[in-house]
Write a protein that binds this ligand. Sequence first.
Ligand SMILES: Cc1cc2nc3c(=O)[nH]c(=O)nc-3n(C[C@H](O)[C@H](O)[C@H](O)COP(=O)(O)O)c2cc1C
Length: 158
Amino acid sequence: MKILIAYFTMSGRTKKTAEAIASALTNHDVSYFPMELTGKFIEKIKKLDKFENDDFSEIESGLDNLDAAIYDLIIIGMPTYGDKPPKAFDEIIVRMKNLNGKRAIVFNTARFTGKKSLDYMKAKVEEAGAQVIDQARFRKLLWIGVKNAIKFGTKIND
Ligand SMILES: Cc1cc2nc3c(=O)[nH]c(=O)nc-3n(C[C@H](O)[C@H](O)[C@H](O)COP(=O)(O)O)c2cc1C
């Protein structure tokens, strides 16, 4: 299968989780659409603020080229902010071409909650016409390990 993993990350936990899942997808061809906020903390917060105010100008070309057509499976991973995914999630769903009819998997990372946010992600992906075949929440207060993510990836791989 050709698999696209689209993720958003500000402090690296969702990226780490996405890469751990991908490390187990040995039978498949994996590509990424990473939305990674970089720079000093204050710069990351400013970028996040822009996105939360629906200004995606910095990543416009990436969003423009987002097309699910060549993939058999779309995996979308997000952190949890105020019990919701970041606005970047909604933007990905709106902008991704040919999501309708695709198989999809959603996952999120969180410190305390995340269930409501994951339900929201699943509902939005289904509204776009994709079939959500699996989902996972990786919740850790402090250090987020990769064990559960690799286990989840192994399940997808098989
Ligand atoms: C502004 C902000 C809001 C957050 N809100 C929540 C929340 O509502 N529930 C929760 O469990 N974790 C919350 N967190 C923690 C993040 O979801 C968690 O650390 C996530 O794994 C970060 O992913 P990242 O390292 O990929 O950015 C919040 C973090 C930030 C910075």
